[in-house]
Design a protein around this ligand. Structure first.
Ligand code: AGP
Length: 607
């Protein structure tokens, strides 16, 4: 979603800001803008569309060693040039960029308008520069503090003043901001991706913190004026390259990175000879594990699908009641929180507002939450304080692929650790541990020979409707396959458990309807074979993802996609791969913008 970059130091600000915006493009946005402070004035340039448009519009030879920039994802007001950030006060001497939502903007607007303020945009953000201007009497810090006392809502806010060409003010409440510390220069951004090229030393601002940033100093206080204590942290080495390399799209690159990303998630964690696992970040002894009465796993979108796989694995294998919950629903249904239960929050970005809201609900009611997060130092990772990093490396494509398989891998690792303290004998545990260690090789084996994906795509392209079908652990995989196809190819589709077919969706079958069935060789296989026969009898064009050598499943398929065999618990890690490729190839055939699908953002930082 919206992205922020700011710079103060000896370099020309423009190239740093534009480079930062480029690095934040993956988050999703619809317009972009930049404000430069130079020679006692602020120059604002903004435009609709890609950062490329902004780069063309901005004079990159312009001076100015301090500036702020923004990519906007529209919430309040349409995608127009006036609605793009930065926004200024009426004198044009104060400029702000803002991520988040101001809840009391209507009241503030009415008051400001009564005082003679005219608004240039339809955004909630625009109240901020006008409000700051009303409180400004030469001290920028005081003006921002006073203005924020009147504001309700979420913000990652960055402000510059024409009178202070050496100062950036940043404030955070519910929307992340990270200060990058350089030598004689400093940076601010909503996401450390924008900073890694320049520095690895960072300070994460906390909620209700307001920081004054110059080229050489960072000083901050709480909104109520009390001291803010922060620590300098080192960004972990980024795993994997952030470039596309030989691949035409990030999504394809990230699909092919899965042997390495899953390998990194497992590294040092599986104890094959003991048939157990070690997850240092969980900080739980075997005795603690035996006392967990139930597990609830929160997530959104793909992360929710990973949570579903994790919950099924935990309940099925460790015999601990477990459920997955959509975080946006969970947070508002006044859930009962058992303080002894274990809650887990799954998030690639670590910034998803709904997941964070769910975590806060658990913590407020005395529960504990472990994060299963990719981005190191992200808000969810820091809010949970304990958990496991999945170590996927940067995932740039909006459609999540390698993060899903690593999330599932991390949840399996936890399942092994938990089950070993309860239900799992040494023989079965060693077998599962060894199977987990083999996953990267099995993934490579499949990706080297992915089967007739393009043939399956031919049934999908032009279809009015498609159905994904799976049972047990393959149902969340079916949901994930359908989500991918919707996200990047915009093909109407849904996913159902095979057993639900007769309860409604079979009415949608007509000659040629594409059905994608996920049928690994597990305890659901026979039932799935019956479900496949039912849809086939009604003319469906069946693409079947099945275990290699399953001739019966193959015989029912219009398109048969065999995948290597693996321990039945681990089949989602393999059967999701053809679904990722299927959506990728379908989007390619339809000429869609694969890495930046319409209306979507990589990190959904507002509700
Ligand atoms: C995945 O392809 C989606 N873009 C989306 O569903 C995503 O998984 C969801 O928004 C949750 O994001 P998170 O993992 O960063 O919390």
């Amino acid at each position: 979603m919206c992205g922020i970059v700011g710079y103060v130091g000896p370099r020309k600000a423009t190239p740093v800001l534009l480079d930062g915006l480029r690095r934040l493009e993956y988050r999703g946005y619809d317009s972009a803008g930049v404000a430069l402070v130079d020679e006692g004035a602020i120059a604002v340039t903004k435009c609709v569309g890609r950062v490329g448009n902004l780069i063309e519009a901005v004079d990159d030879t312009a001076g100015g060693n301090l500036g702020i920039a923004h990519t906007r994802w529209a919430t309040h007001g349409g995608v127009t040039q006036p609605n793009a950030h930065p926004h200024c006060d009426m004198t044009g001497r104060i400029a702000v960029v803002h991520n988040g939502i101001i809840d009391n903007d209507e009241g503030l607007k009415a008051r400001l308008a009564a005082d003679g303020v005219t608004f240039a945009s339809e955004t909630d953000t625009e109240v901020l520069p006008h409000l700051i201007a009303r409180h400004y009497a030469g001290d920028p810090h005081e003006a921002v503090l006073k203005a924020l006392q009147e504001v309700r809502g979420t913000y990652g806010l960055v402000v510059v003043f024409a009178d202070h060409p050496d100062l950036i003010i940043a404030a955070r409440n519910g929307s992340p901001l990270v200060v990058g510390l350089g030598e004689g220069e400093n940076f601010i951004a909503s996401d450390s991706h924008a900073l890694v090229r320049y520095t690895r030393r960072v300070i994460y601002l906390e909620d209700r913190e307001v920081a004054c940033i110059t080229a050489t100093e960072v000083n901050s206080v709480q909104l109520d004026g009390s001291d803010a204590i922060h620590t300098v942290e080192e960004l972990e080495a980024i795993y994997g390259s952030e470039d596309k390399g030989e691949f035409p799209h990030y999504m394809l690159k990230e699909i092919h990175e899965q042997p390495e990303s899953i390998g990194r998630c497992l590294r040092g964690r599986i104890l094959p000879d003991l048939g157990s696992a070690r997850l240092g970040g969980f900080d739980m002894s075997p005795r603690d594990l035996t006392e967990i009465p139930r597990v609830t796993i929160l997530g959104c979108g793909t992360s929710y699908h990973a949570a579903m796989v994790g919950a099924m694995a935990i309940e099925g294998l460790a015999r601990v009641p477990a459920q997955a919950e959509i975080a946006s629903e969970f947070r508002y249904r006044n859930p009962v929180i058992d303080p002894k239960a274990l809650f887990m929050a799954v998030s690639q970005s670590g910034e998803t507002a709904d997941t964070l809201g769910g975590i806060k609900e658990v913590v407020t009611k005395g529960g504990r939450v472990m994060g299963v997060v990719n981005v190191v130092g992200s808000t969810i990772a820091r809010t949970c304080g304990a958990g496991v990093y999945i170590h996927s490396g940067p995932e740039v494509a909006v459609a999540s692929t390698k993060a899903f398989t690593s999330q599932v891998t991390a949840l399996y690792t936890f399942t092994l650790m938990l089950a070993r303290t309860r239900t799992l004998g040494p023989h079965d545990a060693v077998e599962l541990a060894r199977a987990l260690v083999s996953v990267p090789d099995v993934v490579s084996e499949y990706l080297a020979e992915p089967g007739p994906i393009e043939e399956a795509v031919r049934h999908l392209v032009g279809a009015r409707y498609a159905l994904f079908m799976g049972r047990g652990l393959s149902f969340p995989v079916a949901l994930e396959g359908a989500l991918k196809l919707k996200e990047i190819a915009y093909i109407p589709c849904e996913a159902y458990p095979g057993g639900e077919m007769k309860h409604g969706p079979i009415a949608m079958m007509e000659p040629g309807t594409p059905v994608i069935a996920i049928v690994p060789d597990d305890q659901h296989r026979e039932k799935m074979i019956s479900n496949m026969q039912e849809v086939r009898a009604r003319g469906a064009a069946l693409t079947v993802i099945h275990s290699r050598g399953d001739l019966k499943a193959q015989s029912l398929a219009s398109v048969s996609i065999p995948v290597p065999r693996i321990h039945t618990l681990l089949t989602p890690l393999i059967s999701v791969l053809p679904l990722q490729l299927l959506s990728y190839q379908a989007a390619l055939a339809l000429g869609k913008d694969i890495d930046r699908p319409r209306n979507l953002a990589k990190s959904v930082t507002v509700e």
